[in-house]
Design a protein around this ligand. Sequence first.
Ligand code: ARG
Length: 465
Amino acid sequence: KPMRLWGGRFEGGPADALTRLSVSVQFDWRLAPYDLLASRAHARVLHRAGLLTQEELDRMLGALDDLDRACRKGEFRPTVADEDVHTALERGLLERLGSLGGKLRAGRSRNDQIATDLRLYLRDHVRMIVSRLVELETALISQAEENADVAAPGMTHLQHAQPVSFGHQLLAHVHALTRDVDRLRDWDRRAAVSPLGSGALAGSSLPLDPAAVAAELGFDAPAPNSMDAVADRDFAAEFLFCAALIGVHISRLGEEIVLWASQEFRWIEVDDAYSTGSSIMPQKKNPDVAELARGKSGRLIGSLMSLLTTLKGLPLTYNRDLQEDKEPVFDAVDTLLLVLPAVSGMVSTMRVNKAKLEASAPDGFALATDLAELLVRRGVPFREAHEAVGHLVVWCQVNDKDLGELTDDELAKVSPHFAVDATGASVRDVLNVHGALAARSAFGGTAPDRVRDQIANLREVVDGQ
Ligand code: ARG
């Protein structure tokens, strides 16, 4: 006979098809530790309300502890006959306490319970996700430190644009991740509201103490509106947005690593421990971690869309549709906890091909802007300087030369702007990659000294996370 928390007003049993549709214990069982935490708090409140004697409370708490232990050891498990986590745990309580077990449900509904459990679960797991993000930030910062002085091709449109410090580029990813951590911390402020005490939707006629329950469960406050409390899933949707954006960030990093590891770039080599081979091509070494980071972002975005679609148009208050909130949340948590350590490991063990980066940094006429800006310092309007350097680039292409290979005579021939000036300074002086990096020394620029400042600041930020 299926274990149900309802049934008094029903004549026949539920149809099999309904039972199969309705059951959620196969995925909500992971909430059991949180449901038990909330149950302990609720038992104390019932006792303070005079609804449980001291002796009953003691037995109740003892049974809850025992059930918790049995759950953790796998001795108590949900059966196919248990509708959901609340049902299974009530069965466990009845097995231990007999009819006293049936007292715990007073003043409480699965509607405020599930909303509470999910908040507790998420607040807990968000802390774990933050730790994994901090590890990835730290791995990227260490690589950035190693490569602060390494000049690399900086790209826009995936075309060589201007040389940058490779460390600067790695740190760009760290900034995105620090914003993610910040968002999760901020999320927690809003998630720290306790629905327990809201009952099914209207609160309880029993003299419960929602503030005491909230405090015991580590929430900042009880929910001020019982209807909002049982209907609201903003905390889940907001978490899923944060998770989706983390997915987007690691997928952009993943895509760069895939490119960098390719034969065409050869900027980095992914360590064997984070690479996979091919079942047919013996020579292959593939950056699967980076690709999975990129690929998994799809399901994170999907989970956000799934929950928003479930919520859209739902009337207040609780509707069974809300049972669909859990799987996307669990999947997002699992996905992040799976992907982030792999990405951190890949980043901290990847080898950077500094020689290749340095050699490619000036490619694609990447110092053209430096030349144009030199002319600006000589008083030439930027518009004219831009035009003159553009001509020079075409001249180089026609004559199969790099900017750095030009002689003073060749330069003067293309435009008088490029002639050696009165002080004898040649425009060729700016045509070196490290000079170009060092010159970008304002706040936020790619000069290696600024990159080192950034590293120091980021280390402090990450320490505080
Ligand atoms: N399993 C349900 C859920 O996840 C718990 C709440 C059930 N409430 C109800 N009124 N049927 O949403």
